[in-house]
Design a binder for this molecule. Structure first.
Ligand code: BG6
Length: 494
């Protein structure tokens, strides 16, 4: 990796979203661009262009943009005059990568900025990334100032991800490709860097000598949300672990980077991913658990099983996965990293739980007081907080013996930063891409190292032929997930 791309003088002059009529664009991309426009954060005179295969008039397209703002922007964030200005500044191009000649229209719309810094954001099926890149190239749009933004899933396994990366790489240099993992746009995820490398307190303890175990949980209450076709093909391992969870793991486990530039941060993450001990046919049975939700109740409302979701067929796809991972390097030798994610779980919660080791000798034992190890809980969603559990003496004269208790130091970011507006992850990612800053985007080598590890787990599952364990919607997953940690003397933090 050679790119050093905090080059703010290379601000983009246009953003083109290809696949603008799709769900992601309507829910996230249009509202995020609108928020930046409303707050005057976009470069002056930036061109905004939506593109898709549909034959829409400019008026019909702008009506669609307005509709998505009404539907997906909170009423308190809607400023009518800004919404109107935003819609009017959006142009539309009907393009079809199967007919590359249609991209000439896009070139016309870009006009005098077409040879400048233009961002092409592909919000389409990844199967089309290769042909869209080729069509951009044939229209003369993929020159060396153009940038490509692509969404997950980058492939279904290592082979297909390599094919996608190669097709995009045949047209755009790696430093011009910005792969999105929307978790990296989240404030709470970026805060992991501040916590680890902006404080002297933690780094000396951040290793196998002082940490007993780490747990990363991304629990969702939602089901497949009408995306059964996509989801059934992916499953929880590919949909969540390959990308979001391995990004969290890398940020928690990496060595201090030399700086905040993209090469430094991404190089350290890659080292972590390459140090993951393979989980394959020998150990999937002890180091992994798959589950699939059955009917149950979430927040008092009954929900159907995965097998009864709209559009479903008989399926052994996992909607829950728990893993015991190891990072085979000096810092983390012997420390289990438990990863757990699932749909239709008891609550929505993304958190990182770190349990420190016990003190080497307790001076309180003779006095009958027990000690529990220090714990740190980094809550990332829905609220952001850090709790650090410390042992404290319970006040009193100790006539019945000394008593100690683990009490939390609580830091609530929502409280401390209550006046700071909260941004959607995509707002941050758009701005960074506009400013040509790749730190919060994923390098090809990260994607491929992650797939290599994930493929091993999948192959192990396939060889075992074990179907996922059922779990009731509204629970914390199958009971075998409890055994995964307890077998090693640990238990899930809930
Ligand atoms: C997406 C997955 O990448 O992330 C979804 O495809 C999942 O299945 C979503 O629901 C979770 O994102 P967030 O930001 O709600 O935690």
């Amino acid at each position: 990796m050679t790119d050093k791309n905090i080059l703010t003088e290379n601000k983009a002059r246009a953003v083109v979203i290809i696949g603008i009529t799709g769900d992601l664009a309507r829910r996230m991309l249009i509202p995020s661009l609108y928020a930046l426009y409303r707050d005057n954060l976009l470069p002056k005179d930036i061109k905004l262009v939506g593109a898709s295969r549909s034959n829409l008039t400019t008026e019909a397209f702008r009506a669609l943009v307005a509709e998505s703002l009404m539907q997906f922007v909170a009423a308190t964030d809607r400023v009518p005059v800004k919404m109107e200005g935003f819609c009017q500044s959006f142009e539309y191009a009907a393009v079809d990568s199967a007919k590359p000649e249609t991209f000439a229209v896009l070139a016309d719309i870009l006009g005098n900025v077409k040879n400048s810094e233009v961002i092409y954001h592909l919000s389409t099926s990844p199967n089309l990334y290769g042909s869209i890149c080729a069509a951009l190239q044939s229209a003369g749009l993929a020159h060396d100032k153009a940038r490509l933004l692509i969404e997950k899933p980058i492939g279904h396994d290592l082979t297909s991800s390599r094919a996608i990366n190669a097709a995009a790489g045949a047209v755009f240099d790696e430093e011009r490709i910005f792969r999105i993992d929307h978790y990296l746009g989240k404030e709470s995820v970026q805060n992991l860097l501040a916590l680890r490398f902006g404080n002297m307190l933690f780094e000396p303890l951040w290793n196998a000598s002082h940490i007993e175990q780490v747990q990363i949980t991304v629990a969702e209450t939602v089901g497949v949300e009408g995306r059964w076709g996509y989801y059934d093909d992916a499953g929880a391992l590919r949909d969540m672990v390959q990308n979001h969870m391995l990004q969290l793991l890398s940020l928690i486990a990496m060595e201090p980077p030399a700086g905040l530039d993209s090469s430094s941060v991404r190089n350290e993450k890659i080292k972590v991913l390459r140090s993951l001990r393979p989980i394959g046919s020998d150990n999937t049975a002890i180091d992994s658990v798959q589950g699939q939700y059955s009917a149950g109740s979430i927040g008092g409302t009954s929900v159907v099983s995965y097998a009864d979701e709209e559009g479903s067929k008989a399926s052994n796809t996992e909607t829950f996965v728990a893993l015991r991972a190891h990072i085979d390097n000096w810092r983390w030798a012997g420390v289990p990293f438990y990863l757990r994610t699932g749909k239709r779980l008891a609550e929505r919660s993304t958190e990182i739980f770190i349990q420190f080791r016990s003190v080497p000798h307790s001076i309180f034992k003779a006095a009958g007081a027990g000690l529990s190890p220090n714990k740190m809980i980094i809550k990332m969603q829905p609220e952001e907080s850090i709790q650090l559990y410390l042992m404290s003496k319970v006040p009193g004269l100790d006539r019945d013996g000394l008593k100690l208790k683990a009490v939390p130091l609580n830091l609530s970011f929502d409280h401390v930063f209550s006046k700071q507006p909260r941004r959607i992850a995509y707002e941050r990612l758009f701005l960074d891409a506009i400013n040509n800053n790749g730190t919060l985007f994923v390098h090809r080598d990260e994607i491929e190292a992650a797939w290599q590890w994930i493929d091993g787990i999948h192959n192990g599952w396939q060889q075992s032929g074990q179907p996922p364990h059922k779990y009731a919607s509204g629970s914390w997953g199958p009971t075998s997930a409890i055994a995964l940690t307890e077998r090693h003397g640990h238990s899930w933090h809930e």
